[in-house]
Design a protein around this ligand. Sequence first.
Ligand SMILES: *[C@@H]1O[C@H](CO)[C@@H](O)[C@H](O)[C@H]1NC(C)=O
Length: 113
Amino acid sequence: MDSRLLCCVALGLLGVGTWGTGVFQTPKYLLTQMGTKTSLECEQKLNHDSMYWYKQDSKKLLKAMFSYNNKLLIGNETVPSRFSPESPDKAHLNLHIDSLEPGDSAMYFCASS
Ligand SMILES: *[C@@H]1O[C@H](CO)[C@@H](O)[C@H](O)[C@H]1NC(C)=O
């Protein structure tokens, strides 16, 4: 059997806030099946106006995904439409991912400023 069919999508989240900076990502680690949908949540308690999602792929390249300022999308580094960010208020930026693909396996970082 094609081993790729058995494979899963691993999403790692390492909150910058894990080290006490006030940014919290949940869940921390996620192993899920391709084709499913999932959500990554991020909250910051720093009263910042801007929030960001970055993706670090297996080649260790850190890429900007989305930037938000005060609930408004201000940056989209041509992320596929399977990724839909949602900012219910300026302290939260959630990332919903539809129909997971192998290339989505990565570390996802949330940040605020
Ligand atoms: C981001 O840009 C891509 C490419 O233009 C587009 O397909 C996608 O829908 C955009 N995402 C959002 C959340 O606007």
